[in-house]
Design a protein. Structure first.
Ligand SMILES: [Zn+2]
Ligand SMILES: [Zn+2]
Length: 177
């Protein structure tokens, strides 16, 4: 006959959760405690007592499980991840780091960040190199607009930028001759 967990104290239930976590070597997920056993209350007993599974984990002092991505949602679409992670998860990391998500009309990578649409190469520069002063441009030394490899990005004034592109056009003309 199983212990009557519903009659146990909060403390006993939380201690049982901690014991379970020690056995597993990590925070248990609710599906691992479907039914009550001698040593661990079932998830439904826990939820009835503490409101939610995570609330109980929190009270027990256990680190919360990472929230699972919603069904059908690609992991890199999750806005909960740090911006570095969101960038790296969605590009190929060798040579040019080609942004694999959406592009704007100019062919530059686009991402929703901080409540606005931002260009991924500019965000990448700020994440891995440093702040871009207002009015400054980011030039792709590799000439690949969807690239977010910080090593291929260069901060330039609008004037310098226009000059770079003029040079590139001239070089292209020369090599085409
Ligand atoms: Zn590149
Ligand atoms: Zn440029």
């Amino acid at each position: 006959m199983n212990k009557k967990w519903s009659e146990s104290s909060d403390r006993e239930m939380l201690e049982a959760l901690v014991n379970k976590a020690e056995q597993l070597g990590r925070t248990p997920v609710s599906t691992e405690c479907k039914a009550s056993t001698e040593t661990c209350p079932g998830a439904c007993v826990i939820v009835r007592r503490f409101g939610t599974w995570n609330e109980a984990l929190d009270l027990a002092g256990l680190p919360l499980n990472r929230t699972r991505t919603e069904k059908g949602k690609r992991p890199y679409a999750s806005h909960d991840l740090p911006i570095e992670e969101r960038l790296l998860r969605n590009c190929a990391v060798f040579g040019c780091w080609h942004w694999l998500g959406g592009l704007d009309s100019g062919g530059y990578g686009q991402i929703d960040f901080d409540g606005r649409k931002a260009n991924t190469h500019r965000i990448a520069y700020e994440v891995w190199v440093g702040k871009i002063e207002p009015g400054m441009h980011i030039h792709h030394k590799c000439e690949v607009r969807a690239c977010i490899n910080p090593g291929h990005l260069e901060v330039v004034t609008p004037l310098e930028h226009a000059k770079r592109h003029k040079e590139l056009r001239n070089n292209a003309k020369l090599s085409a001759q």
